[in-house]
Design a protein around this ligand. Sequence first.
Ligand code: HSE
Length: 309
Amino acid sequence: KRVKAFAPATVANVSCGFDILGFALDSLGDTVELVAKESPGLTVKSIKGDGGKLPLEEDKNTCSIAIQAMLDAMGSKQGFDIYLEKGLPLGSGMGSSAASAVAALVAANELLGNPFDKKDLLPFAIVAEKAACGAAHADNVAPSLLGGFVLIRDYFPPDVIKLPVPEGLCCTLLHPHYQLNTSDSRSVLRERIPLKDAITQSGNVAGLIAGLFQSDFELISRSLKDVIAEPYRASLLPGFETVKSAMLRAGALGMGISGSGPTLFVLSKGAHLHEKFGSEAKKIYDQLGLGLDMYFSKINTQGGGLIQS
Ligand code: HSE
């Protein structure tokens, strides 16, 4: 038996929600095909679209690590052959490792007869995320699994809440051509947050969530601010402040770092500003001598799922 599953790219943090908020993007993502074997053991048979950079060893690949965590929880010895197709660039801040793990889990769950509800796959995806970047953060895996905007209220145990997606909310991703590892961009953060910053951040995260519930784009816009990670990470991102000013001038609701970067996300009401964002950003990155890929996307509300073949 074989099945194929797709899991979407994600934007983690969403400015003010460091490690606790993320959303999923339409049409961009990774695909995993799984074949159930007669014998035990996980084998990563092939990876396409990674330029040969991802490990095939089953104790290093996020697909096999996630599936192994699931099998261990069940006490199962089922074996699988794994075929991964990367649709996402690596080290880009678009939730690449998370999408691979989630697609693998959705496919494995199906082949095992759906022993887990979708939400209950999350702890296994977090195990893979920890192996990929050293931090057990869930703000990519949770939205990739569940779709839409997701709040991670707590980690121990994971308590995730799906939030509403306002009609017409769109995202432009600006992916400049360089890589940044999540572990490196976490290493520039402070261990301690001054009280005044904690207050500012809580106000913004609460405002963003209220804005999503009320489809209040003005409130969403006012709340897309981050005093915890962005000020420290911006120095790792050439042109960040210039691009941000240009995006806000061009009519963005807000712009921030997608996850740990280097991709930037720009939120807007409606799709009509996408091209303007793209052309303004391209001018700036051209001057910096950096190539740029742009993705225009609605918010994916379904999360990872099977692909009918
Ligand atoms: N919340 C994580 C971070 C996301 O910002 O480090 C990484 O994609």
